[in-house]
Design a protein around this ligand. Structure first.
Ligand SMILES: NC(=O)c1ccc[n+]([C@@H]2O[C@H](COP(=O)([O-])OP(=O)(O)OC[C@H]3O[C@@H](n4cnc5c(N)ncnc54)[C@H](OP(=O)(O)O)[C@@H]3O)[C@@H](O)[C@H]2O)c1
Length: 309
């Protein structure tokens, strides 16, 4: 495994991080708890020391599972979780108010069974709470020793700059894959210049870039591939199959090509890859055993059709 220090911190994190949205199972069809635990242990055995979770993943279940995994690994693992997405019946609301964050952090610490969260991230912007209030709450949690570092996720450039004027934000978590390269316009150059770590999520577009879906799949209605990763509808699906066909010329597993393309981009600190079992965890971590050559990167950029630029 390779490790990079998250800028402005003492956190030396693996360039492949373990994404655990699937661990909550509610937005991913049929993820079994024991398979998720095995996946986490397999990733850790192969050098992954960075785990990303969130209270919203399975209504706390993902954090609880990570809490179990951490019991035997706390000193080796850097844990990132989030605040700001609240389940309200079937609705999900954005809430980064001080009162809500203060409640959320206690619940996360309890589920994770730890005293301090290494990286605490605002999951999505909350248009109803001034950013200075959110940041001052996070600074307070930091001074109380409940969180070590402050991160954000899914913020645009203006909001990121705004947040930075109130608190030392060390990371931006954002979607970045061969299918969605929109951060290259402004966020990636800005973060490179200002030395803010980028944690890239969805590197497999939710699984499609593994190349395993030869026919358009049909997921259960709550599955994230119906509402979040919109690459599975007919037009995009066919276009992606054509791009993947071309990538086969590189003669490496497609999921490793997709992961390495993002991992090797300058400015990316860690690629958060989701997995539902031990085998996926192992094969994904093996991506670090080789690098795409500059010619292969150029070949990919010539032949792969980006869906969101
Ligand atoms: N901040 C945010 O708003 C946000 C949003 C999304 C994600 N995230 C974070 O980023 C992490 C990664 O993103 P993601 O999990 O949504 O998507 P992803 O990493 O692009 O895709 C993960 C899915 O791909 C499939 N897969 C993984 N490895 C595979 C392999 N080797 N072979 C075949 N299929 C494989 C699995 O699903 P199937 O087996 O079902 O195909 C797995 O659940 C999340 O877990 C979460 O921690 C954050």
């Amino acid at each position: 495994m390779n490790y990079i220090t998250l800028p402005s911190t003492d956190l030396k994190i693996s360039t492949i991080g373990l994404g655990t949205w699937v661990f909550g199972s509610s937005h991913w069809s049929g993820a079994e708890k024991k398979d998720c635990i095995n996946a986490a242990h397999a990733a850790i055995e192969h050098g992954v020391n960075f785990i990303d979770t969130a209270p919203i993943y399975g209504d706390g279940l993902s954090e609880e599972i990570i809490g179990e995994v951490l019991k035997s690994n706390r000193n080796r693992i850097i844990v990132a979780t989030k605040c700001g997405l609240i389940k309200d019946g079937k609705r999900i609301t954005f809430n980064l108010s001080p009162e809500s964050i203060e409640k959320e952090v206690e619940a996360s610490l309890r589920r994770l069974q730890i005293d301090c969260i290494d990286l605490y991230q605002c999951h999505w912007p909350d248009p109803d709470t001034p950013i200075e209030k959110t940041m001052s709450t996070l600074l307070q949690l930091q001074s109380q020793g409940k969180i070590r570092h402050i991160g954000i996720s899914n913020f645009d450039l203006d909001l990121l700059k705004n947040a930075l004027s109130f608190a030392p934000v060390v990371s931006l978590q954002v979607q970045y894959s061969l299918l969605n390269r929109s951060i290259e316009k402004d966020l990636l150059p800005f973060c490179r210049e200002k030395q803010i770590g980028i944690l890239a999520y969805g590197p497999l577009g939710g699984g499609i870039l593994s190349g395993k879906y030869h026919k358009q799949p049909h997921f259960t209605s709550s599955d994230a591939r119906n509402f979040f990763y919109k690459f599975y509808q007919s037009k995009q699906f066919e276009q992606i199959q054509t791009s993947l066909e071309k990538l086969k010329e590189i003669e490496r597993p497609l999921y490793q090509i997709a992961i390495n393309y993002i991992r090797q981009k300058e400015g990316i600190t860690s690629v958060l890859v989701g997995c539902r079992n031990r085998e996926q965890a192992l094969t994904n971590t093996e991506s670090v055993q080789w690098d795409l050559s500059p010619e292969q990167v150029a070949f990919i950029e010539r032949h792969f059709t980006v869906i969101a630029e």
